[in-house]
Design a protein around this ligand. Sequence first.
Ligand SMILES: [Zn+2]
Ligand SMILES: [Zn+2]
Length: 112
Amino acid sequence: MPRCDSCGKTVSLPFHCQYCGKNFCDEHRLPPNHACAGLAEWKKTPAPGVGLRYGGGGVSAYGGGYAAAPKGKKPGRLSFGNIPYLKILVAAIVILLVVLLFLRLTGNLPIS
Ligand SMILES: [Zn+2]
Ligand SMILES: [Zn+2]
């Protein structure tokens, strides 16, 4: 029967520490709980289980980014609405000028 290297308790399914290579009970499986020799390394690269828990924080951070996204979209939508309006205005002025020029060239402009 394998024993926990920290408390000496016999464990049927010990947790193998990938940083110091020893076996631990589920109470002492995390490097900070068994004064792990590879604790510094563990802090640098969290174990997969710990990384998953950090993933929750990542999700909330992503949520914050999502909340900020509509904020950035609003001014974008406003300017997007302004561009066709300006284009229509410019097109109307150009058409008016062309019509005036055409009328002037053909001599049909009433006010001359
Ligand atoms: Zn233990
Ligand atoms: Zn360890």
